[in-house]
Design a protein around this ligand. Sequence first.
Ligand code: AMP
Length: 306
Amino acid sequence: MAWGATGWPWTGCGENPMRESFLRLALPNKGRLRDPALRLLREAGLSFEQTDRALSVSVRNAAIELLFVRTEDVVELVTDGVADLGISGLDLIEESGTKCNRVRVLLRLGFGRCELTVAVPADAARDRPEDFCGLRIATSHPNLTEQFFARHGVTVDIVRLRGSVEVAPKLGVADAVADLVSTGSTMLVNGLRPVLPVLSSEAVLVGRSSDLSNRMEFETVTTAIESVLAGRRRRYLLLNAPEETLQDITELIPGLEAPTVVPLAEDGMVAIHSVVERDEVWNLLPRLRAAGGRDILVLPIGQLVP
Ligand code: AMP
């Protein structure tokens, strides 16, 4: 089922005639991708209020309407033209199969990371695709699982389940599972051993392939979201140092560009500002201090557009 622009069902193909000039962005209305997706949009500068019941919400400061739908419906709404953009899991986009080439991944969003993985009961000695020939595999990703084994020339018997995939071997309805794993603890609790990785997934922003060339608005959205993701990977570093240590210190700082150096009121002292990779800060701090750096501040970056 698809939705029309004002909430009624839209069952036509291709472009929805009710679509107005503002963008519609489909988002998960619950589940593990919802809160990080909303946080990302707010950090990107969109201002909106969201109540748990609202199906759609207008953004106050941009011509964007947010549609809150089930995570697994996002790809269909974008494909049908009800939404222009959507946020969902890459696994669900890929699982949707033929629709895939009508929807393009615009950005990987860095949250909701997980792996679609084939797992077996801990005591089962099956590690290679060919060990699964003719076996029953429980999964809510039947297309990806079947394609994975087919690529290895192996035919399996797919048992389609919507949830609780990991209990299927215990219940005797399957010999193995293909399920999403992030920490691995659910598999462990259910006595399963992950053996074959099928797909690495994370949340993604998608748009309809046919729309992408002529939508400047898409670029506004992707630039804003990308700037948040770029900011999250980095930190703004400020420190004071004696002028004679400047060269040693700037050599330590692998900034975006050469650092900004500002003379301080105190004679012979400078302030150095730079943008550094978040993951390098841990090792950088003691080295900066040893090189003469003082009063070091490390600040988060809201958005960064290089
Ligand atoms: P939801 O069912 O709305 O909570 O969202 C499910 C989506 O969250 C999946 O399709 C994945 O893209 C993503 N995800 C991330 N980690 C996991 C996990 N450990 N188990 C299930 N889904 C996950």
